[in-house]
Design a protein around this ligand. Structure first.
Ligand code: SAH
Length: 230
């Protein structure tokens, strides 16, 4: 899977994507990430003394607060991503982030991991992106939840993380075997009895649910199901 990330802040991704499971997936070439900064696609005037430098953002038509990301640098960045020879028609998805888009979930992540070889992720900033970008590219608007963030970089990382772990091999043999079994949102590890060392609850024992120690796989599975999992 190749992720083509359109962002004016590519550095934001640096540490997160190179740690742990994602870092390993990149090293093993199961996942690739390519960055395209709209700033690099802003036309620089031939005569630099002329003051016609165009930034990546501009004031909104119709008034209102804040700035809007201009269409051209983003469209140029996406066009550059599409020149990658590996990108095949029908196997590429273009996503644009918006708090009012379709809500992202695990089902969407699974489907995307199966259907596409390339995903273009367009991260907005400020008051958002000139709406013509979405129209021209027929990009799908995706939201990661009902709250407004300052930019689309965290949403892009959320999608990258969640989609990557659906790609065969990314979780590793052991982890993916675990994944196929019923996994639970309530998990425990050693010690079996945790003695809380601080404050009012000092000395109190917190035990692992008995069923998990029972060795009865059917009971354990039912318990896990009752705790909910995705
Ligand atoms: N004025 C816009 C908000 C812009 S937030 C509005 O009311 O819709 C700036 C950028 O952050 C957006 O363009 C989008 O790329 C990103 N963003 C903010 N919250 C998001 C969310 N919940 N999900 C996905 N992207 C989000």
């Amino acid at each position: 899977m190749r992720f083509h990330i359109i962002t004016i802040f590519p550095e934001i991704f640096d540490s997160y994507i190179h740690e742990s499971i994602l870092g390993r997936a990149i090293k093993n070439k199961l996942v690739e990430m390519k960055f395209y900064n709209p700033r690099d696609f802003v036309k620089v005037p031939k005569n630099k003394n002329q003051n016609n430098y165009k930034p990546v953002d501009d004031r909104p038509y119709g008034g209102g607060p804040g700035m809007v990301m201009r269409a051209e640098p983003i469209l140029s960045a996406v066009a550059k991503a599409m020149t990658d020879k590996k990108v095949k028609k029908g196997k590429v998805k273009i996503i644009i982030f918006s708090p009012s888009g379709k809500k992202f979930d695990t089902a969407y992540a699974k489907k995307s991991a199966q259907k596409y070889t390339d995903i273009v992720l367009i991260s907005g900033r400020y008051e958002g992106i000139d709406a013509r970008v979405q129209k021209i590219l027929r990009a799908e608007e995706i939201s990661i939840g009902d709250y407004v963030l300052t930019g689309g970089e965290l949403p892009a990382m959320v999608l990258i993380d969640s989609i990557s772990r659906q790609i065969p091999g990314v979780l590793g043999k052991f982890e993916s075997l675990e994944e196929e079994r019923v996994s639970s949102s309530e998990v425990y590890t050693r010690p079996e009895i945790l003695k809380y060392p601080f404050g009012k609850a000092q000395g109190k024992n917190y035990k692992v649910p008995k069923v998990l120690l029972s060795g009865n796989h059917k009971l354990i599975e039912n318990w896990k199901k009752s705790k909910g999992n995705l």
